[in-house]
Design a binder for this molecule. Structure first.
Ligand code: SF4
Length: 104
């Protein structure tokens, strides 16, 4: 099961990628910066539904438009969690929410 506490693991992974990013392209450089900020909000229990929507969108942009493998590998674990455990990701954020509002 994935829940808010898993954000600590995601955070460690994304901070590693952020550290390794060369910063050449915007999707990876800024995407990872935003992803880490959102994961901190999730960890600190200050995130709202919009943060998860943004997290998903940023990860998709990173995969679609980063220049190299680091940028499109970094968000895979997060997108996999959205694919398989979306309900659990949202559970501790704001309780019951409409999950279909932001389908891509
Ligand atoms: S995706 Fe590759 S080229 Fe772009 S900032 Fe990340 S490490 Fe650098």
């Amino acid at each position: 099961m994935i829940n808010i506490h898993s954000s600590i693991i995601f955070l460690a992974i994304q901070e590693f990628f952020q550290h390794e990013s060369c910063g050449k392209c915007t999707p990876c450089r800024e995407g990872l910066r935003q992803v880490v900020k959102i994961l901190y909000r999730i960890k600190d229990k200050t995130a709202v539904t919009y943060d998860l929507q943004q997290l998903y969108n940023i990860c998709k942009i990173m995969i679609d438009s980063s220049f190299c493998g680091l940028g499109y590998t970094a968000p895979i674990s997060i997108l996999s969690a959205f694919e398989h455990f979306k309900d659990d990701l949202y559970k501790d954020i704001e309780g019951d929410v409409e999950l279909d509002e932001w389908e891509d």
